[in-house]
Design a protein around this ligand. Structure first.
Ligand SMILES: [Mg+2]
Length: 368
């Protein structure tokens, strides 16, 4: 009888935190009033790794009911093997959505643990391609009044972030004139040199998206995210052909096959992928490779604390989304979160793993 390997995973632990917003927020197609964070801790050889997703509390049940038994007892060094075992185990549960988010939280925790066991930063373990990752300030909700909208975007510019994104597509695309007025107002406020991005969250029809995309050209809008539903690949391609701005989508992509279809349809200029949704670091790296195969860049969707080290490890990175709600939640729940310096996150190579842990003061938000 041989001894179990020294790096055998003996801990899989979950928690759910619910952070109410000061007031409800809306984009073009959804309204919400809180941020939920599901965390996973995995442990081996007296070290622990942390992963998380901003998915619903149901992600915790998937980890507890379906994934934990698959992960426990495996070697911490064999992250890709454990990831594969998790993906195979969810065949009948269905991979996209909550299940992929649950796998994401576990996979991120596994990579963090592996880096800590090796005593190196996560970016070092993955193989660094760059010292720092550019971010763009993201929020600008359709629910904000003019003053709050300008204050938020101009705040990021004041903090040295030269790229900002606002939401458009108000009320499922019902009021494009209001959207255009708000874009013009923001451009006036931030001046001509800041990159200005817009995100319709799939709220427009094809023709409305093309009209808006052409109207914002003189306003210097260089990024048009989900002008139409990201399920409408023909529509994305049509809008791409008709406007100057880069068309981006991919935040609801949960596996490589989705991104293969997105890219094969020539639907986007930039691929967006979210490590806390797309089954984690293991899959995000493969998605980046699919984008690279099409000579496309990848932009990290939301979750800046979980993307900083990962984004530093891909050559074809555009930027990381510095999303207001997640920045706020991370500050309340986590220790070790990086602040942007001159518009970029700089992974700390002296700290093992991704450098982020759950704060002792997070308990007041814990709900499961
Ligand atoms: Mg978006």
């Amino acid at each position: 009888v041989s001894d179990p390997p020294a790096d055998r995973i003996d801990l899989v632990e979950t928690a759910v935190y619910r952070i109410p917003l000061e007031e409800p927020e809306s984009d073009g197609t959804l309204t919400w009033d809180h941020t939920t964070v599901v965390t996973v801790r995995v442990g081996a050889a007296d070290h622990t790794g942390l992963g998380l997703t901003y998915g619903p509390a149901a992600c915790r049940s998937v980890v507890e009911d379906v994934l934990a038994d698959v992960v426990r007892g495996r070697r911490a060094s064999d992250v890709v093997g454990t990831w594969t075992a998790m993906v195979r185990a969810v065949r009948n549960a269905g991979r996209p959505g909550v299940v992929s988010m649950a796998i994401a939280a576990v996979d991120i925790a596994l990579w963090d643990l592996k880096a800590k066991l090796a005593g190196v930063a996560l970016a070092t373990l993955l193989g660094r391609a760059r010292d720092e990752v550019p971010v763009y300030g993201s929020g600008g909700f359709t629910s904000l009044d003019d003053r709050a909208l300008v204050a938020q975007l101009d705040g990021w510019v004041g903090d040295g972030i030269p790229r900002v994104k606002m939401k458009i597509g108000t009320g499922w695309g019902a009021d494009p004139e209001r959207d255009l007025e708000r874009i013009a107002m923001v451009r006036e406020a931030i001046g001509p040199h800041v990159e200005l991005f817009v995100d319709a969250n799939g709220g427009y029809t094809r023709k409305t998206a093309i009209r808006v995309g052409r109207a914002v050209r003189p306003m210097g809008v260089t990024w048009f995210e989900e002008p139409v539903s990201s399920d409408d690949l023909d529509g994305l391609r049509e809008v791409r052909a008709a406007v100057d701005a880069d068309v981006a989508a991919g935040e609801y992509g949960y596996d490589v096959a989705y991104f293969q279809h997105l890219c094969a349809a020539h639907a986007v200029d930039v691929v967006q992928a979210d490590v806390t949704r797309c089954a984690g670091i293991t899959e995000w790296l493969r998605i980046a490779a699919i984008a690279a195969g099409r000579n496309l860049e990848i932009s990290a969707h939301c979750a800046p604390a979980m993307h900083a080290h990962l984004a530093a490890a891909v050559p074809n990175l555009r930027h990381v989304e510095y999303f207001a709600d997640h920045v706020r939640a991370d500050r309340l729940l986590l220790d070790g979160v990086l602040e942007p310096i001159a518009g970029a996150l700089v992974p700390d190579l002296a700290r093992p793993g991704h450098g982020v842990s759950v704060s002792t003061s997070a308990d007041r938000y814990r709900c499961a």
